[in-house]
Design a protein around this ligand. Structure first.
Ligand code: KIV
Ligand code: ZN
Length: 526
């Protein structure tokens, strides 16, 4: 190989941005976005197929559920690095190391706050104490794992000089990746880029590690800041599908990745992501968390490639480049004109799912096909959105202790009542109830059969398509003891959809492991 070719390859490798997905960790910290173990395993497979470099699968000390998730993801993932989060404490780090044992490539990600706000009001520690704890925690992590990432929580509000000293301590103790999180979504692009330049230029040993961005979206700048961080010298971007995450969320993986792909003329760096898997991953995350993707969301929103106005449609018909900077196929949204109806076969259905960005296993495909046939019997035209709602509905249901067996509702000017039969742990139970309206009657019948304390926090109905035969898509959010759970369902019968969505939320509340929100730091023990 000539030196020129070798140099070009080295440069290309240096310009490759590591994509670190934190949908299962930071993403799951969004209230109501909890995922079951099975869902996390499926998501890990999707992320690995998409060639995500690092999958942060959880926070092992936070709950047994998180521990199991990191352990099981470590067992099945072979190509991507699997990462577990830990505070700067012996127990946290040991627990993360234990969960990562089966991993072919495992990483402990340990963090400590550095900003004055966190030092004074949360940790009550001096700068010197923080530096000492960084050294101890990173050293301990390195003794247990060959790959250690250290994060300076609230880095962007930290005094620059102290941030430099903190990063230096982490590098000296053996961290190979240094993450500079914008924990509260406070920074702006030029400032963030400058922060990386400064650290890379001035911290001893900075040339031996990889710097990482981790941006929250409180000012809507998470993606712009992440790109700026890379311009400043970061080589890893932490992000989450659909921008899921604490508060306003994290930088959206799909936006970061497509920015590098579409603007490769101006942005030198590139990622290794197979972008055709993006839509599938986005839909899966939306289905299992119950967080809808906003219609106008960049890259993965329902309208991201829709052209309504006459001028735009005219341009698109002449040449797609007039109004599209990327092709829908590039992100896995295949264009199909296949109309589905009750005569459509399994083959056509599978092709349609593929074009819509779904690749289901045999059981899920069989179930979805049965439900499609059932829908096609009730509805003349089955549109793409109907199929998306139907598949998302199946994915969102997962394991169920309770299901709706029968529902009869009387509505109208003379009063409302519901007769409901639920199957609970395999046994049928029935109840009747009145209410202030038919939905209230249905929910009250549910509460008679399954008494619970959860409060209804959200009840939302939207039509999946146009027309009076459209399916209703219902979202329900319940809250019990600070735990939030969301459920979704779609059906041509609005009240059946409401009952199923409520039961879906209740199942999630019953089935999903409770996380004990860890204290900000002191699990120490050093
Ligand atoms: O936002 C943040 O600071 C984090 C750290 C734990 C990396 O999520
Ligand atoms: Zn975060």
């Amino acid at each position: 190989m000539s030196t020129q070719v070798q140099d070009a390859q080295n440069q290309s490798e240096r310009d490759r941005v590591i994509i670190f997905d934190t949908t299962m960790r930071d993403g799951e910290q969004a209230p109501g976005a909890s995922m079951s173990l099975e869902e996390k395993l499926e998501l890990a497979k999707i992320l690995e197929e998409m060639r995500v470099d690092v999958i942060e699968a959880g926070f092992p000390i936070a709950s047994n559920g998180d521990f199991e998730a990191v352990r099981k993801v470590s067992e099945i993932v072979t190509e991507s690095t699997v990462c577990g989060l830990a505070r700067a404490g012996v127990k946290d780090i040991d627990r993360a190391a234990e969960a990562l044992k089966p991993a072919k490539r495992g990483r402990i990600h340990t963090f400590l706050s550095t900003s004055p706000q966190h030092r004074d009001f949360i940790l009550n520690m001096s700068q010197e104490q923080i530096l000492e704890l960084i050294t101890k925690s990173v050293t301990h992590a390195r003794n247990l794992c060959g790959d250690v990432e250290w994060s300076a929580q609230d880095a962007t509000r930290t005094e620059r000089d102290f941030l430099r000293r903190s990063v230096e301590a982490a590098i000296k103790a053996g961290a190979q990746t240094i993450n500079i999180p914008d924990t509260v979504g406070y920074t702006y692009p030029t400032e963030y880029a400058d922060m990386f330049r400064d650290l890379i230029e001035n911290v001893p040993g900075a040339d031996t590690v990889i710097f990482s961005t981790h941006c929250h979206n409180d000012l809507g700048l998470a993606v712009a800041n992440s790109l700026a961080g890379v311009q400043g010298g970061a080589r890893q971007v932490e992000c989450a599908m659909n921008g899921l995450g604490e508060r306003a969320g994290n930088a959206a993986l799909e936006e970061v990745v497509m920015a590098f792909k579409v603007r490769s003329d101006g942005l030198r760096q590139h990622t290794g992501i197979v972008t055709e898997h993006i839509t599938r991953a986005s839909r899966y995350v939306s289905a299992i968390t119950g967080f809808p993707v906003q219609f106008n969301k960049a890259i993965v929103g329902k309208n991201a490639f829709a052209h309504e106005s006459g001028i735009h449609q005219d341009g698109m018909l002449k040449n797609a480049s007039t109004y599209e900077i990327m092709r829908p196929e590039d992100v896995g949204q295949g264009a199909t004109n296949l109309v589905m109806g009750k005569h459509s076969g399994r083959h056509a259905f599978r092709d349609k799912l593929k074009a819509l960005g779904y690749e289901l296993g045999q059981n899920a495909l069989d179930e979805a096909f049965t439900r499609f046939k059932d829908l096609a019997d009730r509805k003349k035209h089955v549109y793409d959105d109907d199929i998306i709602a139907l598949v998302d509905d199946s994915l969102a249901r997962g394991a169920e202790r309770i299901s709706v067996t029968r529902l009869r509702v009387i509505a109208g000017t003379e009063g409302q009542s519901a007769e409901l039969t639920l199957t609970v742990d395999g046994n049928a139970h029935s109840a009747e109830s009145g209410g202030d309206g038919p939905v209230d009657a249905v929910f009250s019948a549910i509460r008679k059969i399954v008494p619970h304390e959860a409060e209804l926090r959200l009840f939302q109905i939207s039509a999946v398509t146009e027309g009076t035969d459209a399916q209703a898509q219902v979202s329900v959010r319940l809250e019990e003891d600070g735990r939030i759970s969301t459920g979704h369902a779609a059906d041509t019968d609005t009240l059946t959809a409401a009952a199923k969505a409520y039961i879906n939320a209740l199942n999630n509340l019953l089935l999903r492991q409770e996380k004990t929100a860890p204290e900000p730091l002191i699990a120490s023990g050093f």
